[in-house]
Design a protein around this ligand. Structure first.
Ligand SMILES: [Zn+2]
Length: 441
């Protein structure tokens, strides 16, 4: 059966920008034509609307979704490591299966309603490791969201949990979810021994996937690597066999020229998270030097890639007027290509024949002309997630008229609130995590 989105304007590609006023035909989960709707197709009227590729969030933490508005009674964190010890490493220890599922459903709902069709997630739940990625995959399958999942391996909670994390990645990589794929997750150099990092590299190699790891998010990661291993972080990853073209390196704020050259030479993808970097006061990533490999992620601050891409742009423009408007669009395209490779669908993120039908229909008033040459201007100064009307993932409408089609949104929200209350109570009983840089195994 063919579905056709009719009468709209199609933003077929963000990089290079391509605008065409025509219909889009979809069959068996893929775009079959960008042109007049075929006879007999089920038509969805998109008159006056803009049809855009679904966004990809290249670095997400669904497990953090229920932290929104969480009370906090410890002394305020003075640096990034204390933010981890006092907030996130307490929250992850308080997660159980029910709160993991509620987080994934609520975070996935937020993603879809803002036009994000794929999440590349990094999950941690040290008291509920085994099977946790299936819980997330099932929750996202229930709402129809595409994902690339991994479990965050770390030594900070002891050798048994480190081994369990490695095994959870290995187990999930063999699972056959239609809309979920796996990577090997690793926390960061400063919470990983050589042995554990090596185990991550081995599972990744055996499974033919990359490692998704935080890299030099804060200068403390570099200081730890130099003190414990006599090396900076990126050379350490090279030695461990973690740096390659399938790798996903989150942040890369404190990388030097040689490390940047190594990342570029390896062809790894860098997930740049500008709003998170600002919020954690960790500094600015050298995104211009890091070049074409940079994609965009939210690091758990929602999943709205319209908002993240605009912030990424303005952050650059604050430094220099030389930053072109095409830059954030190219970064979003890189994220889509990265996720597309995981699914064997390199055209993910484009609306063209053969591409997966992951897209959003925006009620975007055409108050000024739109053409190839000014797409960036519309993206940065006009379009936003508040325009999202419908969202399609793999050919299925999973948001229609601003509502999820598979589940009751009020029920998802009510379940999340209930789980949040229990989670917050459990977190409140936990002290700051004792682990820190220089204390690794
Ligand atoms: Zn992160």
């Amino acid at each position: 059966m063919t579905t056709a989105l009719t009468g709209g304007t199609v933003l077929a590609s963000l990089d290079p920008p391509a605008v065409v006023t025509t219909d889009v035909a979809i069959e068996d989960g893929v775009v079959t034509a960008v042109g007049p709707a075929p006879e007999g197709a089920t038509r969805i009227d998109c008159t006056g609307c803009l049809v855009v590729p679904g966004n990809v969030n290249a670095h997400m933490h669904l497990y953090s979704v229920l932290a929104r508005g969480m009370p906090y009674r410890l002394d305020p964190p003075q640096d990034f490591v204390q933010i981890l010890q006092r907030v996130w490493w307490r929250l992850d220890r308080a997660l159980d299966t029910d709160s993991i599922r509620a987080s994934a459903l609520a975070g996935g709902m937020d993603a879809l309603l803002t036009g994000t069709t794929t999440l590349v997630d990094h999950h941690a739940s040290p008291e509920a490791i085994d099977g946790s990625l299936d819980v997330i995959a099932q929750a996202l399958a229930d709402i129809g969201l595409r994902s690339v999942l991994c479990y965050e391996v770390t030594d900070r909670d002891g050798p048994e949990r480190a081994a369990a994390g490695v095994e959870e990645n290995r187990r999930f990589l063999k699972a056959g979810w239609p809309l979920a794929r796996g990577m090997v997750g690793a926390h960061a150099s400063f919470t990983l021994s050589d042995e554990t990092l090596g185990a991550c590299a081995e599972v990744a190699r055996d499974s033919g996937v990359g490692v998704h790891i935080h890299v030099a998010e804060d200068a403390a990661d570099q200081r730890d690597a130099e003190a414990r291993f006599g090396s900076r972080v990126v050379p350490r990853l090279v030695r461990a066999g973690v740096l390659n073209g399938s790798g996903l390196l989150a942040h890369c704020v404190h990388v030097d020229k040689q490390e940047i050259d190594a990342i570029r030479e390896a062809g790894a993808t860098v997930a740049h998270n500008p709003r998170s970097n600002m919020n954690n006061s960790v500094g600015r990533a050298p995104v211009a030097a890091l070049g074409d490999g940079v994609a965009l992620g939210t690091d758990g601050i929602g999943a709205d890639m319209f908002a993240e891409s605009k912030t990424a742009y303005w952050c650059l423009r604050e430094e220099s007027l030389a930053a072109p408007g095409s830059w954030p669009l190219a970064r979003l395209t890189r994220g889509a290509a990265f996720a597309g490779r995981a699914f064997g669908q390199p055209t993910l993120g484009r609306i063209e024949p053969g591409a997966p039908a992951d897209l959003a229909v925006l009620e975007y008033p055409d108050i000024t002309p739109l053409e190839d040459a000014n797409v960036a201007g519309h993206w940065l100064f006009g379009m936003g997630s508040h325009h999202v009307r419908d969202v399609m993932v793999a050919g299925e409408m999973v948001v229609a008229d601003r509502l999820l089609t598979r589940v009751d949104q009020d029920e998802v929200a009510a379940a999340a609130r209930e789980q949040a209350e229990g989670l917050w109570r459990r977190i409140d009983e936990l002290p700051a995590h004792p682990f820190g840089p220089g204390r690794g195994a």
